[in-house]
Structure formats: structure tokens, C-alpha cells
Design a protein around this ligand. Sequence first.
Ligand SMILES: [Mn+2]
Length: 316
Amino acid sequence: MWQFDGLLTLIESYDIITIFRHEHPDCDAVGSQFGLKNWIKDNWPQKKVYALGVEYCRQGHCWPESDSCWNKDIENSIAIVVDTANFERIDDHSCQLADKIVKIDHHPNLHPFGNMQYVYVDSASTCEILADFFQQCPEQVVSQKTAEYLFRGMLTDTLSFRTSNTTSHSLEIAGWLSRYGVRIPELNRELFDQSMENFKFSNMLRNSVQIREGRLAYRIVSVQEMEEWDMPIREVKNFIEEFGHVYEFEIYAIFCEKKIGGKSYYDGSLRSKHVTINDIAEQFHGGGHANACGVKDLSEEDLENLLDKLYERIPH
Ligand SMILES: [Mn+2]
């Protein structure tokens, strides 16, 4: 159980609450945003609550549209920023206009910001932290809608409770949320079923994956392939889990080519089953969680270096 000293009082004392999330939002970012918005609206219907941000989430069909509001409203609001490790990553920097900023997150707190912070890195998702907070507010109601928003974020950030940071607490919280009528099979299908086009693209990736000594699997996707398949970089990266279910692969990665001034550079997503790799990612303009992180702007030489370092990290 985590500490939320002052958070409830803070929410109660503001008439306007703005909720921000990170750019390229995933379902944990949007789920915690709408879960919090809905919970506040259910319990204090007179408050104005805005879920802000301009970019779309990949599973856009699961979520309401973002709100928009006047700067005047932001100025009078408390801004709650969810699932966002550093200030630069916030989708919409107008949060700095707010009277106070609160950070609620589960990423390593390397770049603290805000007047108050509730950062719990042992949580598998930000939605798990919020659910824990709601559980500690017995006076307030939790609707099915709120529970389902949070459940979606938990499901996606833990890949259906399969990641190494899934704990008994994650499952207890999920169990507690499911009491409020979470439609478990429907949510899973909605989040994880794919289109036929994506099915074909993933087959192509699987068939052409590169494997080093059976332990490190990766695929470099060229600009030309992304054009042919009409797949932007941020979508391609989501296919990394296609390599995540092979006994032999300890580390797996996907890299996307981009052309800058006629030269090729690469952005990548990295995953490992057990070994820590985020310290390696940090050497290549990246970072993230111990077993799930990213790198960017790699030259071809950087890419080779990175692959060597990742391979060396695997116990043989
Ligand atoms: Mn998250």
C-alpha cells in the first residue's frame, strides 16, 4: 500500500482539475488519465475535469476523445501529470500554467518535477497506483467505467500480467477492480486482437527475424518496408512482442530506420526476460525500465555496438 498524503485534500480543494499524460500515449497513460477523470467526476460532479493531450493512442477505439480547455482554466487548476517520467515528455506543456503540478508515475524518478510527487517504481503501471489510491478512499465511489479504464492500463503495461514487474499487489489490485464489473474477456479482445493487415506484417517480421546464437533476436525495419506496409515507426515498435514468446530468446529488439540528410539512423525498442538492459540503453540516447527500454538516433556503427553489448549481457 502506497502513501498518498495530501492528494485527496488537494483534489477536494480545487474546482478545476487538469490531467496530463506523456506524448505518444499508451493505454496506461490514457487509462490513468480517464480513470482519474471519471473517478473525480463521479464523486464531485460539480468540478470541471479535463483530460488533455493532442496525440492519439494506438488503441484509440478504447478511449474517449481528449478534452480541450482555455488557458484560464488551466491557470486556476491543479495539473495532475500521469505516467510521465520527465517534464519534456508531457504531451502539452501548458500544464506549467497551472497553480500546482502533481506527478503520479511508476517510472524511475530520474527527473523529478511538480509540487507534489507520488512516484512508486515498484508498481507495474500508473493505473495500479491510482487504483491503490482509490482503494484508500472508502468514502468515494468507483464505477464500472473507472474500473475498466484502470484495468485496461494494467493489462497493457503488464502484457496481461506477464511482465517481470507484475506483483501480488498488481493482481490484488486487479482483483479489487474486477469487483466493479470489469468485463475481462471483452477488454482483452478489444486491446489485443489485431487487424489482418497487422497479422500479415507480424508474419513477415517473424519470418525474417535475425538471431544471434539463438539468444538475441532482432529485426531492423527499413524505411522502404515501412512505406510499403504503410506502417509508421511508432506502430512498428509495437510489434516487438512478436519475438517475446520464444524459449531461447533472452533479449529481443526491433529497430526502425530513419533517414537524416541521406544517412541512416535507427530508433529501437529493447526487451529482456531477466537481465537488466536499461543501463546499456542509456549509453545509446535511451532508457526506460530494467527489462523494457528504448534507444534512439543510432548510427549503423552504434547499432552494431549496441547489439554486441546486449549479446555480451546474456549469461552463456
Ligand atoms: Mn506506464
